[in-house]
Design a protein around this ligand. Sequence first.
Ligand code: AMP
Length: 595
Amino acid sequence: MNAFQALGLDADLLQAINDMGFETPSEVQEKSIPILLSQETDLVSLAQTGTGKTAAFGFPLIQKIDSNSKKTQALILSPTRELCLQITNELKNYSKYKKSLNVVAVYGGASITDQARAIERGAQIIVATPGRMQDMIRRNLADISTINYCVLDEADEMLNMGFYEDIKSILSHTPKHKKTWLFSATMPKEVAKIAKKFMKDPVEITVGSKNMGTSNVTHEYYLVNHRNRYDALKRLADANPDIFSVIFCRTKRDTQKVAEKLIEDGYNAAALHGDLSQNQRDLVMKSFRSRQIQMLVATDVAARGIDVDDITHVINYQLPDEIETYTHRSGRTGRAGKSGVSMVIISKSEVRKIRTIEKIIQQKFEEKQIPDGKEICKIQLFHLANDIKKTEINHDIDPYLPNINEALEDFTKEELIKKFFSVEFTRFFNYYQKAPDLTAESAGGRPEVSEGNTRYFINVGSKDGYDWKSLKDFLTGELNLDRDDIFKVDCKASFSFFNTDEKHADLILKTFTDYQQNGRYVNVEITKDQKSEGGGRKRRERSGGGRKGGGKSFNDKGSFGKRRSGSDRGDKKGHRKGSRNKNVESSIKRRRSKA
Ligand code: AMP
């Protein structure tokens, strides 16, 4: 008897399991399957993505479905279209030997009529995203009044995405006697609330310890100054030539920008965010799955449900606003028993967030240094040498060999190797030989407000309804800068401080000249003592321009109608330290095979 048989699974499922090559049940399967097969019970299971939870509910569900009846007997709700399709595909694989069992996926962005037709033909199991399911119920295109089982998959993600009302409404169309199986990576209050409200005496299963990150993921952080974030990302990629990664940014704009820069710099990268059409997203995911893309730059929402095994690295280009989201990000790697690395690029002011995450994931981070130029050259050279070693010889070139041999006959093997590597490598090597150290001094060292940074005073604070986040939003929106460009936002009662790279100083002072908000002048000045914060009242008056009069005022969207032109961007001569480096860095195209 094999281990799956011992769990009580039928022959048709065992045959499919055998075809899929699963040898032993995972922990969540071992714990859930016997209970779900032998009892009619509600269940709460705390399990991460990648632990085999789809099969943990999928196997018992398939076994319990009466495929002689065409009625819908089970509804699975999942947060995203991608996940919905993955679950559907998995269930189809599991049930391939169970005759007349139909699993239908119901999700937005595809024809609702086609989905309704598929249900009409008889769908014993519907796998749906909450929004589209609601739509179908409202239009009487699906009947879930006869289901026996409802699975809430990635419940925490669904709630994060604001699906609480949809879930509540969908459940109100299901019969009281049905059993609910809830799967979630974490157990925030909202999920506990659902369990309490919609479930009766659920059996609880925890895989690993509560809220634990996937244990075969190691966590690393890299301290850099804000302005070096992008270069640090490139170094991390260069130091890991076989990287297959998801890079997380906080906003769609940053996601797009980072992806574009990477592409420009010759990396196999692409962006995945909500401003792309479903078609574009599908294409990106297809290229990612087939490894044509090595670096997928994504927002949290768009990346939810990415179920690609073998992701080697998750890179947090910026930490998420909600620290809990970190678990979802890092869970994209280290799946199906593989190991993975979750890297975080942070500035010094964010180190405390690392400590909070450590508590949530119950794992320690390792502080690491951004690799220097020499290290990267070494890694890349060895990688190239290994590629050469592994390359199969193309005998089509044999006829040309005599001439080639003749041209090279005066060189020893050693000289030839040196010449070959020089052809491939000189530009890369020269660039990295001169590349500066990017690691910021660790906490307690040199203060970050130093060379290249400017600290400002602004006369609004918490009394005006701001906190650091909303003030940052206000500033980035008004100045048309990225969230990353404004940092160390410190919101006091009636005034606040923030930092930018010094190159933005002109733009900032210009924008906040004669600037009114709700009839009140908002005043920004450069702090005189750049290191002072709370006591930083002494400040240099900016030159020029009275603060009264003038025509700037809020429009009805709460922002200026006038946007700065490209020429006011504050890139004044003398403020462009490092730009030469950046250009050189941009011009270095990596030598990657396009295979
Ligand atoms: P999940 O957590 O359901 O997203 O599953 C993660 C991956 O592990 C999927 O690709 C499954 O096909 C695979 N998987 C699930 N159960 C097993 C198992 N017992 N042995 C090997 N692979 C599995």
